[in-house]
Design a protein around this ligand. Structure first.
Ligand code: BES
Ligand code: ZN
Length: 876
């Protein structure tokens, strides 16, 4: 073997000649100095002749003199920061078999929300530090030297030395505690085999509440002191979810305890650390008086998602990040299953179509990627925590489940979990188990969905007695890619009782519809009322483009209320996407939307509303002269449902109606509906004087904030100042996030700039920047871009996490709609690109070009203006 440690540089993964078995870690954080010291004793199995041990370490100061393997001192130690590896060389080959590697090291409790970091909180009015870990994807190496790869599972035994008045939590229960002066030493039980990214530590001052599962597993929710009542809802969801998953996966919860804790500075929404799940406040805490219905749902979904990982992810772990979607797609899918069973009235599976929709939107870009994506460097991993891994992942699982049937699917999953427990699996391992249990060609079918990017649009047309189908890859830029899929096609004709299913394996195929027609006449319906819907309940990850005749049939079916909620959603979403891709006119989309004019269901209207807002936005640039009329048209569409609901909650109304009220009022404000804006402002003033008023509960507050901001100008800025005052006086993160989400929505550029700069003050946590970014008004786009360019270096330095950095680009670039702007953005980033945001940038630029092309197409629609007028008249 070559003599130099250099040979290990530039590799995607660590060499396999030595692997960790057990980590004995001792860590001592200094919360005042924001540093820590550590000592590691790692039992290592050497399986092939080597003179080197190669493991990960980053931003750690390893004391070279302290390193020993058994009695051997190394002769050569090299730390390569770029590769994040530590190479320890000895003067001879190491003995095969088990040996213990020991070393001491120190590090910084950073403020980057990754690795071992510090978060700040108020205790008795004073600012305090807490020490927290966030290791996924590849940041355990910033806390201790380790084989930081999910496939190197080992047992962990932690010991923490902390101030004796603090609570110190880790994955496992405390085995022993000793106190010496002001410092206590906490010894934790040894963990089962687990991956490094799931190790966790939290040290601070907390209260907790406790409950237990039917099996007797203790579950706790830790909160800031005095806030435990806000943890009750999550605790309840957690206990019920654990019981449910235990049955679903036919395997008990693998650890002796589960703690869940709210962390004030947190880069993601939540993290599934084994036995110690961390959350940002708003994803864990629920307060009857402060939370909206949608906050409540988010808490339930998040808890259910993280707890699903305790099996899918933690017990059975992906073999490498290429298979990240196994973790995230599955946890997302199964969280809906759990929440559906806990809260059937939320109609959760219909809401799941939000996930499918965002997966379909992202995957229609040429700059998308396959679900299984190659990863060559740790810095590339964070960027794949995206809508492809989560939403497309979850959606193709739903598609497969619906193809195989729920029972077969569950049985196979349970066998998979048993087979790979305490170990790792790849995507094809899952397919193999499913194939064996079901006898269906799962691998061939699913490979077309996970190894190639994109998805098909199926063109459907009637030809005599045949329904002819043809698949082609759908891309929002209007081109059609080379992809081909095995598509589980479902269809129904005239009624949900007349269904057909088959696998579309070739480019084209056809269904004989005579049988369908027969069941039609049995219904006694006339031929003109025939409707055919493909992709029943949108279980398939594809779109459908109907010929004119079929499309007209579906419009009639919507008006006649024959279709399921999910199908109504699918039709409007497909039609919108086809319009963006210029495969269908905006004119016909407007006519279709008109068929939803007496819709009253939240799930459907949430999709209709988002389509309306996109149309309103694109027509500002495409047809400025018509924009006002188009807005009026869209207002006419949404207003009846909004009027029915009003601003005030009604006794006994459903959860979904509460969600709907909030949705419609904010949409009407955004569309510029004067009465809604005025009422919002009226209520805002009352609320500002009396924060306890019943006139502005959490569900409608955001609409009032946005209404207020529409009036704010540099010359009349009292609304902005009032919101800032609310922000400063609010102690609750939920309320703060609501205000932040409104601050940048003024039509005045200088106010937008002020809101953006507010993000840089220490009044706003770095974790919360995306609220401000997400709220930028159309009028503020240009100033936001200039601001981003001017502050890019600072932004890059301050927001190191990939998702947070990408948020800046994803909020500021895609609203642009011109080729010139795309060029300008490209030029600015030339020479500035980093792996953490490269994909987000390319996708954002692609979106700009798609909008630009769509605008051209809209301008050339011959009957657009006329149709707008006609639809407006019809309503009046
Ligand atoms: N494993 C992730 C957290 C994560 C995300 C770690 C990105 C590292 C990088 C966790 O299970 C997760 O998916 N959290 C979601 C919430 C969930 C409800 C979709 C999140 O943070 O948004
Ligand atoms: Zn997850």
């Amino acid at each position: 073997m070559a003599a130099s440690p250099d040979q290990f540089r530039g590799q995607a993964r660590l060499p396999h000649f030595a692997a960790p078995l057990r980590y004995d870690l001792r860590l001592r954080p200094d919360l005042a100095a924001c540093t820590f010291t550590g000592a590691a004793a790692i039992a290592v199995a050497v399986s092939a002749p080597t003179r080197f041990l190669v493991l990960n370490a980053a931003e750690l100061d390893v004391d070279r003199a302290s390193i020993r393997f058994q009695d051997l001192a190394p002769t050569d130690v090299a730390q390569f920061e770029e590769d994040e590896i530590l190479v320890i060389g000895f003067d001879r080959d190491l003995p095969l078999g088990e040996g213990v590697l020991t070393m001491d090291f120190t590090g910084t409790l950073n403020d980057q929300m990754r690795g071992f970091y510090r978060s700040k909180y108020l205790y008795n009015g004073e600012s305090r530090n807490m020490a927290v870990t966030q290791f996924e994807a590849a940041d355990a190496r910033r806390c201790f030297p380790c084989w930081d790869d999910p496939a190197f599972k080992a047992k962990f035994k932690l010991t923490l030395e902390v101030p004796s008045d603090l609570v110190a939590l880790s994955n496992m229960p405390v085995a022993k505690e000793t106190v010496s002066g002001s410092i206590k030493t906490v010894y934790y039980e040894e963990s089962p085999l687990m991956s490094t990214y799931l190790v966790a530590i939290v040290v601070g001052i907390f209260d907790y509440i406790e409950s237990s599962t039917s099996e007797g597993t203790k579950v706790r929710v830790y909160t800031q002191v005095g806030k435990t009542h806000q943890g009750k809802f999550a605790l309840d969801v957690a206990v019920k979810s654990l019981d449910l998953y235990k049955d679903y996966f036919a395997t008990p919860y693998p650890l002796p305890k589960l703690d869940m804790i709210a962390i004030p500075d947190f880069s993601a929404g939540a993290m599934e650390n084994y036995g110690l799940v961390t959350y940002r406040d708003t994803a864990l805490l629920y307060d009857e008086l402060l939370s909206s219905a949608s906050n409540k749902q988010q808490v339930a979904i998040t808890v259910a998602h993280e707890l699903a990982h305790q099996w899918f992810g933690n017990l059975v772990t992906m073999e490498w990040w290429t298979h990240l979607w196994l973790n995230e797609g599955f946890a997302s899918w199964v969280s809906y299953l759990a929440v559906e069973s806990l809260f059937p009235e939320w109609n959760n599976w219909t809401q799941f179509l939000d996930e499918t929709t965002s997966g379909l939107k992202l995957d229609a870009l040429a700059e998308s990627h396959p679900i299984e994506v190659e990863v060559n460097h740790a810095s590339e991993i964070d960027a794949i925590f995206d809508s492809i891994s989560y939403d497309k992942g979850a959606s193709v699982i739903r598609m497969l489940q619906s193809y195989l049937g729920a029972e077969r699917f569950q049985k196979a999953l349970a066998s998979y979990i048993k087979k790979y427990a305490y170990s790792n699996a790849k995507t094809e391992d899952l397919w193999a188990v499913l194939e064996e249990e079901s006898g269906e060609p799962v691998k061939d079918l699913m490979t077309t969905w996970t190894k190639q990017q994109g998805y098909p649009v199926i063109y459907a047309k009637i030809n005599g007695h045949d329904l002819e189908l043809e698949q082609a890859q759908f891309l929002s830029d209007g081109s059609s890619g080379p992809g081909m899929w095995i598509v589980p096609v479902t269809s129904c004709c005239g009624s949900y009782d007349a269904q057909k299913k088959f696998l579309l394996k070739d480019k084209t195929d056809k269904i004989n519809i005579e049988e369908f027609a027969a069941s039609q006449s049995a219904d006694g319906e006339k031929n003109q009322n025939i409707w055919i819907k493909l992709n029943i309940d949108q279980t398939g990850f594809y779109r459908v483009k109907y010929d004119d005749e079929l499309a007209a049939g579906l419009v009639n079916a919507i008006k006649a209320k024959k279709l399921s909620l999910m199908d109504k959603i699918g039709i409007v979403e497909d039609s919108y996407a086809l319009s963006v891709a210029c495969k269908q006119t905006l004119t016909s989309l407007l006519r279709l939307l008109n068929a939803y004019n007496d819709e009253s269901d939240y799930t459907v209207l949430s999709h209709v509303t988002s389509v309306c807002l996109s149309i309103s936005k694109i027509t500002v640039d495409a047809t400025p002269d018509l924009n006002k009329d188009i807005k009026q048209l869209l207002i006419n569409l949404l207003l009846p449902a909004a009027i029915k609901l009003g601003w005030d909650p009604k006794d006994g109304e459903s959860h979904l109606d509460v969600m709907l009220r909030s949705l419609l009022l904010t949409a009407l404000v955004r569309l510029g509906h004067n009465e809604t804006i005025n009422e919002g402002i009226r209520r805002f003033h009352i609320f500002f004087e009396d924060r306890k008023t019943s006139l502005l509960p959490p569900d409608t507050r955001k609409a009032a904030y946005l209404a207020m901001m529409r009036t704010v100008r540099t010359s009349s800025r009292s609304g902005y100042d009032a919101l800032l005052k609310i922000y400063r006086e609010a102690s609750e993160p939920l309320e703060k996030s609501r205000v932040l989400g409104s601050l940048s929505s003024s039509p005045d550029k200088d106010i937008v700039l002020e809101a953006l700069n507010f993000m840089f003050t220490d009044e706003v946590r770095n974790q919360d920047s995306f609220y401000i970014l997400g709220g930028i008004s159309l009028e503020g786009q240009e100033v936001a871009w200039t601001w981003l360019k001017e502050n890019w270096d600072y932004v890059l330095k301050t927001w190191k996490s990939s998702s947070l950095i990408s948020d800046f680009i994803k909020s500021i670039v895609p609203p642009f709609t011109s080729e010139e702007k795309a060029t300008e953005v490209t030029e600015f980033f030339a020479g500035r690109i980093k792996p953490s945001f490269e994909r987000a940038l390319k996708q954002s630029l692609e979106r700009v070009r798609i909008s630009s092309r769509w605008i051209e197409s809209i301008r050339s629609e011959p009957k657009f203006g006329q149709t707008v007028q006609e639809l407006l008249q019809a309503k009046a």
